[in-house]
Design a protein around this ligand. Structure first.
Ligand code: SF4
Length: 480
């Protein structure tokens, strides 16, 4: 059967082989050469292991093909139903002036950067034209709570329309939480919002990354976290950190801040190439070769904390491990093939423009409108036939991209034409120098090295992240 392979630095004498549907095995060099040549002895355990994972088949292999096809359908099942994530950018206003977000934000008094009631109504109509039985409605900004009346209008209109539509709807919002109090919290609780906030680490780092008039960004965020937890419960709130060059010095301190504040998860997110000025990039940006040692150190620290009984996970690692260790897709739209942009997600901008992703919207702020699919007054069919979607479909399938098509990590990775467009001015991208690829090659190597070492504690921790169950509730907890 088709396979791909890689040699992982630090995993000596073994070759990683991966199948089209994401099964993997480490083979020693001799077995690998025999397997590749088709001469591996059927009497060996390796042969049986590879056969069990459908790396090889004998005689009439139609039943093997059927099983592989079923796994493939499961892995790609995110394609069913079309866009399920609908992002409403209700305002570009924000009272922060974060170093990594200088292009798209507008000052808090610029109400002309709010979504109008008419645009919101048209966007809702457009969202319901998509066939997905489950819809996630996400509010973003700017700071979305500066346009809370519009959020309320949108949610109430969706609820009313959904009496007929009968979709499963989840609401989420990315917010600084500074404006979350009283009436706002009660509304969010009533509609069972999932909230995400930015927490860049300890006070000094957070306030340096996320300045606002009067400073106190960290203190106000902590106050907001407290209010949200009290009103909506602990599980309704997660946080993510955006890493500036300064952040890279403090992997342990950033993780410690999340532990101190009782978060079960941290999302260590490198700076994206969107939405901040080139000048700022020189000051706060860095290459992936600087990010990867940071990530490796942070992950080792997180695993050590787990070994000591502190349950905290790194969210992106959780997504990658789910891709590696299970046949199921995650809800994460930014690492898919075909790309999640436009196929899994859609963004309705405050001005009525419709984009394939939030990054597509940011790209437009930087002057490149190629991923503006149309407006809220177009039909779903028109948007799916737009030039922007054609560009994404032609360049957003990793299986067909040079470099990716024969990469061992392909089954777990994704295409990111929007990122490539922003970084290289070309949606295909040049793999050897491509930051998306350098990052993911590095991350997969680190994770496969852990999987090859198979330390029982690490394996249990990874399993608990993938299954979202505490280590003590895993079946092998007593034996281990
Ligand atoms: S982006 Fe890089 S790591 Fe991902 S599949 Fe393509 S070649 Fe492999």
């Amino acid at each position: 059967m088709p396979f791909r392979f890689a040699r992982i630095p630090g995993v000596d004498g073994k070759v990683l082989v991966t199948s089209e549907v994401g099964e993997f095995e480490f083979l020693d060099e001799v077995d690998f050469m025999a397997f590749a040549a088709g001469t591996l002895s059927p009497a060996t355990d390796t042969y049986a292991d590879l056969q069990g994972k459908h790396f090889l088949a004998e005689g009439d292999y139609s039943s093997t093909l059927r099983m592989v096809a079923a796994k493939y359908r499961t892995r790609k099942s995110f394609l069913k139903g079309g866009p399920a994530l609908h992002v409403f950018v209700v305002t570009l206003r924000c009272d922060h002036s974060c170093r990594y977000c200088q292009v798209s934000r507008q000052t808090a008094d610029q109400a002309r950067f709010d979504m109008s009631a008419e645009t919101a109504a048209a966007a809702i109509d457009l969202m319901f034209q998509t066939p997905s039985p489950s819809l996630t409605v996400e509010f973003q900004g700017g700071e979305p709570l500066l346009a809370f009346p519009r959020i309320r209008q949108i949610v109430e209109a969706i609820e009313e329309r959904n009496l007929v539509e009968g979709r499963a709807i989840t609401y989420s919002m990315t917010s600084t939480l500074h404006q979350a109090d009283g009436e706002v919290l009660e509304f969010l609780r009533r509609h069972d919002f999932q909230l995400s906030t930015s927490l860049d680490g300890p006070e000094a780092l957070h306030d340096a990354n996320r300045p606002r008039p009067g400073r106190e960004s960290h203190r106000r965020t902590l106050d907001g976290i407290g209010r949200v937890r009290e009103a909506l419960g602990e599980r309704s709130l997660s946080a993510l950190t955006t890493l500036t060059r300064e952040s890279l010095k403090y992997p342990e301190a950033i993780v410690d801040e999340y532990v101190r504040l009782g978060f079960p998860s941290i999302f260590l997110r490198p700076l994206s190439p969107f939405g901040f000025a080139a000048k700022a990039a020189q000051r706060i940006g860095y290459g992936m070769e600087e990010f990867l040692p940071f990530y490796e150190r942070a992950l080792a620290y997180i695993l050590e904390l787990n070994r000591m009984g502190v349950a905290i996970q790194e969210a992106y690692t959780g997504f990658l491990l789910s891709h590696i260790l299970t046949p199921f897709p995650t809800g994460y739209v930014d690492l898919r093939s075909p790309t999640g942009a436009g196929l899994g997600a859609r963004v309705y901008n405050y001005d009525g423009g419709v984009y394939a992703s939030d990054e597509g919207r940011m790209l437009a702020e930087m002057g490149d409108h190629s991923l503006r699919l149309g407006t809220v007054h177009d039909s779903h069919a028109d948007l799916m036939r737009s030039e922007g979607m054609q560009l994404l479909l032609a360049t957003g399938v990793a299986e067909a991209l040079p470099g990716c098509s024969d990469c061992a990590f392909l089954p777990y990775c994704g295409a990111d034409p929007v990122f490539n467009l922003a970084r290289e001015g070309d949606p295909v991208g040049h793999r050897p120098t491509n930051a998306h690829c350098v990052k993911h090659t590095g991350l997969f190597r680190i994770l496969f090295r852990y999987l090859a070492e198979a330390d029982p504690h690490v394996v249990r921790t990874f399993t608990s992240w993938v299954t979202q169950r505490p280590v003590r509730r895993l079946p092998d907890a007593e034996a281990a």
